[in-house]
Design a binder for this molecule. Structure first.
Ligand SMILES: Cc1cc2nc3c(=O)[nH]c(=O)nc-3n(C[C@H](O)[C@H](O)[C@H](O)COP(=O)(O)OP(=O)(O)OC[C@H]3O[C@@H](n4cnc5c(N)ncnc54)[C@H](O)[C@@H]3O)c2cc1C
Length: 310
């Protein structure tokens, strides 16, 4: 038998073992990452796993460690891309199956896999205010904690009480909001390689109609300013201190600048859109060109916000 077919047999065996652990339908083999991220860039992952419980996640982490299979945690894929050659290992998607929501007075506890839009609606229904900022961010709660996502003067930091996490060895612990080291698009989950499981948040009592109106208004502002009709990962770069990345990119004359299928949005220069089947190379080259041009024109270093699965 050839090396290739030996490798395929081995991968098939691992796939079957993963399926035994997480259940039928919860793992896909050679699944394109581009089917699961908002910018639609990324080749096949050997295994694409969507655990439906903490127990299942814990077991799969143990198995992958035992087999020395690399893995990457993903939420809704709204801030990530992968190479066209894909990911040799497992993508573990913490998603809707791990997204229960519980409201107790002004405290809301939710699974990391819930989408922010759904959670924001539930919080509004409970007549609680403080989460309107997140309603239009297209990620999961776990991704939002990991990134300390924010918009329109609000950020996750403002509402977090504590987060239950699991480390790569399967140890579960709870971290208080004040110990999460939340900064601009950063948290302790990034530095300590922790996976968010459940998130406890605190809000204030409010008026449902006012809350929903605020969410509508903020979503309208997004519609007006952002290229939401095209695949993207949101803002491609972090905001440099004292500047706006989008304005720097526009002032550098890069509006509409293209590498292959990846293009600087003319509607919002902070966004890179995949409007013509971009490859990962197109995206990487465009990011480098933008960084280089902005640095030479304005002496400002742009740091990508979009993350590469590797
Ligand atoms: C149109 C558009 C608009 C956007 N607007 C905003 C905005 O206003 N503000 C903003 O902050 N962001 C914005 N984003 C970016 C993105 O939505 C956020 O960063 C979001 O928090 C990412 O969540 P996700 O579930 O999609 O994470 P993913 O993109 O899947 O992953 C992002 C990172 O989080 C990690 N991660 C995901 N889930 C977990 C978990 N459970 N535990 C540990 N790590 C995890 C991943 O490993 C990865 O490194 C926008 C994106 C798009 C496409």
């Amino acid at each position: 038998m050839s090396d290739k077919s030996n490798e395929n047999n081995e991968k098939r065996l691992i796939y079957k073992e993963i399926e035994t652990i997480v259940g039928t339908g919860m793992v896909l083999q050679n699944e394109l990452i581009s089917n699961h991220n908002s910018i639609k860039i990324g080749g096949p992952a050997d295994y694409f796993i969507t655990p439906d419980s903490q127990g299942s996640l814990k077991s799969i982490l143990k198995y992958l460690k035992l087999k020395e299979i690399p893995f990457y945690i993903m939420g809704n894929g709204s801030n990530v891309f992968a190479h066209d050659y894909g990911f040799k290992g497992a993508i573990i998607q913490i998603y809707k199956h791990m997204g229960d929501i519980m409201v107790e007075g002004k405290v809301v506890t939710a699974g990391a896999g819930v989408l922010l839009s759904k959670l924001a609606s539930k919080i509004a229904e409970a007549k609680l205010t403080g989460f309107e900022f997140a309603a239009g961010i297209p990620g999961t709660l776990g991704g939002a904690v990991f990134m300390n996502a924010g918009a329109y003067d609000g950020e996750m930091k403002d509402v977090l009480v504590e987060v239950e996490v699991i480390d790569y060895n399967g140890k579960i612990s709870t971290i208080k909001g004040s110990d999460l080291e939340l900064g601009y698009r950063t948290s302790i989950l990034q530095t300590e390689h922790l996976i968010a499981l459940t998130v406890k948040m605190l809000f204030n009592q409010g008026d449902e109609i006012l809350i929903r109106n605020k969410m509508k208004e903020l979503n309208q502002r997004r519609q007006d300013k952002q290229p939401l009709d095209l695949p993207s990962a949101g803002s491609a770069f972090k905001r440099p201190l004292g500047y706006y990345a989008g304005k720097l990119i526009m002032d550098a004359g890069l509006s509409g600048y293209r590498v292959g299928g990846a293009c600087v949005s003319q509607k919002h220069c902070g966004f890179i859109v995949n409007d013509q089947n971009a490859t990962s190379e197109d995206l990487i080259k465009l990011i480098e060109h933008i960084k280089h041009t902005v640095y030479h024109k304005f002496n400002v270093i742009l740091e990508p916000e979009i993350r590469m699965i590797s």
